[in-house]
Write a protein that binds this ligand. Structure first.
Ligand SMILES: [Zn+2]
Length: 744
């Protein structure tokens, strides 16, 4: 729809230039133009998704230009890593799954996200958001607008951007957030724009991102652990429209929302059992490239008309001060609304300070976001922002750190920046810390202005490929500040790793690589720091086994819509590694439910096709570590055929009920279609082309004995009824030898 296309353009402008920051906020519609205002949010309909999973498809052409040592496989690994961040949000039922590579103009009959590469204006790295949305749907939890398709648009020019960089990863994560229904945040979360965003590859989400997603896709049971803060913001007798109201805790949290057009607000999902300071402030002015204040698309009424934003007022901390030492903390209790947290604000044309960004110096190069260790000698940050000068009165919220007298001054190396020195309370815990800036009678708060850490960033001194005692390939990684909580990435791939406590060394089972390509090795610590803080100029890299030129062939020619069946993929020189393998079939209408790797050049998978799957050819994609293997038109989705019989669900062991049946064991599986009318005597069943004994068949449930001479970790079950073929299914063979890969 036209209005939403315009909106995507607006989001684009915001990426590059916006000043960052209000709290979680969604794409909002109201049914009315007057109070009471009940927000209707845009989101994917969990009930319309297969397994509550929205697939994302990546344009098969990839970007036009990449850095010399970068590759499409590396890029895909980073996109998958960013998507997994949103899948892993605790308390959200929504998952994202790589659906494959697609050609231009691929149509989808089910909800989906498209990742495409386009020419973008200078300084813009991406944009994203819902593109196709439907009418308002009713649900038990209230009305919502179902997203049919969202887009993540990335630059087609990576000649200046390494795919392993922190900034690229955070950009993709941010755009996926838009695609799922989140707008810009002013809490220094990943949904904040680049200036104030304070999350990292090691700790990509802030609580505001988590709560924002939970409110769209959360489980009702989680409400038990959270409460709400509500009230209004008024100037005189008039409600202030789209004021940002932020609840901030001294241990580093910041959660917020925007007021409704009548000035009322309610922040839901606030973790209970803690106390919060609450402040209200205007969305910062739109700056170059922004169509709206802070790049936030205003809510619309029933006719699609945007509701205007009020920004001409001073910030205020509850209960009506600009000084946090005079503020009252608000206690949030589980399942309760703390109401009447109200603000009467004064008129002011524009904020005195906004859009402040901060840097720290763990080494000689500035790092953003700022991280400080109380034991470090370089205990200062430098900052710049609109209206910020050394004349500002800057304070740390809470007692973990303080700025001494004279500790706010021009940065000697570049007086355009303001330096702030800190003294630390050594008993203070780790985590984000907030700063307040008082200037010209106004107040500005920067949540997560810096992060306190116990140790410095990790550093990788060497990454050496070798063979372990059993002759298996391994990469030995040693360095500083590597610990049991350190996660290693090879480009964007999380690796199979083992930390050796005694030596402080990490052993990695390497994924399949690409000949001539050196993977960038990244170490991520749970305190938010990565080795890229110190090593971004020359990150450690290692060349992995590239293998020979490989290809894949899907031997299953066609699969009808509305069935379940097996798909077989054969490789040539593929050396499939089950620990690093992903199969995707390029359509939202076809879902891989199980996958096995019975041999280094063979994949068996069970798939489900939706009844409304679009007929036609699809591209099969196998990601084998960093290798990308595709077969365009490798598989064809055929029309639905109600006379087609097929197996339903997975084959299980009669005794244990588990999947995977030993040779000679009894197996059971359900069937669908006309075959269910056949007597057991009409059935012929084979497992890996060996005849299996049919034990019983009634009510559509088949019991058969697996032939004793079946080998391998998986096999195809074929069946006919009076000569009519049933679609085949794959099953796991217990104790069959080779490795089994789980669905990722
Ligand atoms: Zn954005």
């Amino acid at each position: 729809m036209r209005a939403w296309q315009q909106r995507v353009v607006a989001v684009l402008g915001a990426i590059a230039f916006a000043s960052g920051a209000q709290g979680y906020y969604h794409f909002v519609r109201y049914r009315t133009r007057t109070a009471p205002y009940t927000p209707i949010l845009e989101k994917f309909d969990l009930a319309a998704l297969n397994n509550q999973t929205v697939p994302y498809f990546i344009a098969d052409r990839g970007p036009q230009q990449m850095l010399p040592n970068d590759s499409f496989g590396s890029l895909i690994s980073q996109i998958r890593l960013a998507a997994s961040v949103w899948s892993d949000v605790p308390g959200s039922d929504l998952s994202l799954d790589f659906g494959g590579l697609t050609g231009p103009n691929t149509q989808h009959n089910s909800p989906a996200i498209e990742v495409v590469f386009e020419e973008l204006p200078p300084g813009v790295f991406g944009y994203g958001g819902p593109e196709d949305t439907g009418v308002i749907k009713e649900s038990p939890s209230g009305p919502f607008v179902a997203i049919q398709k969202s887009k993540v648009v990335l630059s087609n020019n990576f000649s200046q951007t390494a795919t392993w960089s922190e900034s690229f990863f955070l950009t993709v994560t941010h755009e996926f957030g838009h695609a799922l229904g989140l707008q810009h945040s002013m809490t220094s979360s990943v949904m904040s724009t680049r200036i104030t965003r304070a999350t990292t590859k090691a700790a990509p989400l802030a609580i505001d991102d988590v709560v924002g997603l939970r409110l769209l896709y959360g489980r009702a049971s989680l409400a038990a652990g959270s409460g709400s803060i509500a009230g209004w913001v008024r100037m005189g007798n008039t409600g202030v429209r789209l004021a940002s109201v932020v609840a901030i805790s001294l241990d580093g949290r910041a959660i917020s929302t925007l007021t409704h057009p009548d000035g009322s607000y309610r922040i839901d999902g606030v973790p209970a059992g803690a106390s919060y300071f609450v402040y209200a402030h205007p969305l910062p002015p739109a700056i170059v490239g922004e169509a709206y204040n802070a790049g936030v698309i205003p809510p619309v009424d029933a006719d699609g008309r945007p509701l205007p934003v009020e920004t001409s007022f001073e910030a205020s901390v509850y209960p009506g001060t600009k000084d946090f030492s005079r503020a009252s903390a608000v206690v949030v209790e589980a399942g309760r609304v703390t109401d009447n947290i109200n603000f009467s604000v004064n008129r002011r044309p524009a904020p005195a300070v906004f859009g402040v960004e901060t840097f720290s110096f763990p080494g000689q190069v500035a790092v953003k976001p700022a991280h400080l260790s109380p034991t470090s000698t370089r205990s200062f940050i430098v900052a710049s922002g609109y209206g910020l000068s050394p004349a500002a009165a800057v304070s740390v919220l809470g007692g973990s750190a303080a700025i001494p007298q004279g500790g706010v001054r021009p940065y000697p190396q570049d007086p355009r920046f303001v330096q702030m020195d800190f003294q630390f309370n050594l008993a203070a815990g780790e985590g984000a810390r907030h700063l307040s800036f008082a200037a010209d009678g106004d107040l500005y708060v920067l949540p997560s202005a810096f992060r306190l850490t116990r140790r410095g960033p990790p550093q990788i001194m060497s990454a050496v490929p070798t063979l372990d005692g059993n002759g298996a390939r391994t990469v030995v990684i040693s360095g500083q500040n590597l610990a049991a909580d350190t996660r290693i990435l090879f480009d964007g791939l999380p690796v199979v790793q083992r930390f050796d406590e005694a030596s402080g060394v990490i052993f990695v089972t390497p994924p399949p690589g690409v000949a001539g390509h050196r993977v960038t090795v990244t170490a991520l610590n749970t305190d938010g720091q990565s080795n890229l803080f110190l090593q971004a100029g020359a990150p450690p890299a290692v060349e992995l086994d590239g293998g020979e030129a490989a290809a894949i062939t899907v031997t299953t020619g066609s699969v009808p819509a509305g069935v379940e069946t097996a798909v077989e993929i054969l490789g040539t020189n593929a050396q499939f590694n089950p620990a690093y393998l992903k199969l995707a079939l390029g359509s939202s209408g076809i879902t891989v439910t199980r996958m096995w790797v019975p041999g280094p050049n063979r994949i068996l998978a069970n798939v489900v096709t939706a009844g409304n799957a679009l007929p036609g050819p699809v591209t099969a994609t196998v990601l084998n570590g960093l290798r990308v293997l595709t077969q365009p038109s490798g598989l064809t989705i055929g029309p639905m055929n109600s006379r087609q019989s097929y197996f339903r669900g997975q084959v299980t062991d009669v005794g244990s009920g588990r999947e995977g049946v030993a040779p000679g064991g009894l197996a059971t599986v359900r069937l669908n279609g006309p075959v269910t009318e056949s007597p057991a005597s009409a059935l012929r069943v084979t497992v890996a082309d060996k005849t299996a004994t049919v034990v019983s068949f009634s009510g559509g449930v088949l019991v058969f004995r697996v032939p004793v001479d079946v080998t391998g970790s998986a096999a195809i079950v074929r069946m006919t009824a009076n000569g009519d073929p049933v679609l085949p299914i794959a099953m796991g063979i217990e104790g069959g030898g080779a490795t089994e890969a789980n669905i990722q």
